[in-house]
Design a protein. Structure first.
Length: 167
């Protein structure tokens, strides 16, 4: 079981407080262009800025993060994001039995993954910056399916296995 130390909890709380400026940042995000844009190919880095597992089992919850990356890459509504973040928390909890770890990861993605942040791991990172929370159209859903199919063909083992050089 992985436990979270009190200093780490204080650090996480400080990060949460510092990032409460998200609503202000959201108002600065420009409107989405009216012309049609294409989705960039899917990429995953596992648990962005967080370990993919323990020292003993380095990929213990990595696939939870790759599934979460798929949701973040394609984006969608604010409710879609909540469901993706809750699914990550549940997956990590199931893998580890550690509610504190699962909750820490959940809080991290809730704060750090807002679409207003110009990061590679923000909500909707497969679309140009500024999309925000917007449900996917039928055309966009077809793009998602096509890109995920191409990713699966090129990466049949997925990120977590490939990064370790496993067959």
């Amino acid at each position: 079981m992985v436990s979270v130390s009190p200093p780490f909890r204080r650090l996480l709380l400080a990060v949460v407080v510092a990032l409460l400026t998200v609503p202000t940042l959201s108002s600065c995000v420009g409107a989405r262009p009216s012309h049609s844009v294409d989705l960039v190919p899917f990429t995953s880095d596992g648990c962005s800025l967080f370990p993919d597992g323990t020292f003993a089992d380095r990929d213990r919850w990595c696939d939870c993060c790759q599934t979460h990356d798929i949701a973040y890459w394609q984006g969608g509504s604010a409710d879609d994001r909540v469901r993706a973040d809750e699914a990550l928390r549940s997956c990590v909890q199931e893998r580890t039995g550690d509610a504190d770890l699962a909750e820490t990861m959940y809080l991290g993605v809730r704060v750090g993954g807002h679409p207003a942040f110009p990061t590679w791991y923000r909500w909707g990172y497969g679309w140009p910056y500024g999309r925000g929370y917007e449900p996917l159209s039928k055309r966009e859903k077809r793009q998602v399916e096509k890109q995920l199919s191409a990713y699966a063909k090129g990466h049949p083992q997925g990120y977590c296995v490939e990064r370790n050089g496993e067959p």
